[in-house]
Design a protein around this ligand. Sequence first.
Ligand SMILES: [Zn+2]
Length: 96
Amino acid sequence: MPKVGVTKATKSFTITMSHLAWLDEYFIKKNKKMSAVINELINDKRKQVEKQEPTEYWCMSCSDNTIRTMENSKPVCVKCNTVDDALLRAMTQYQL
Ligand SMILES: [Zn+2]
């Protein structure tokens, strides 16, 4: 029987109260230890992220959708090496 309602972490990190409350409920429902639930959630997310294709953006000079790579903190088209100003502006504005 897993111990429910007990949360322990040797490395500390901050988590919002609403997430913590949701987690508490979720792992009690699942009848699993919180660590098992968190590992499961991270694993799922990890698989999801690793499956994703790199995002393509429209390149003005290629007139095509191409992948960006970061050079000197600027997004650069992998095909023609042009800095993507629109994406750079969006990244600065939204701090992506
Ligand atoms: Zn290009």
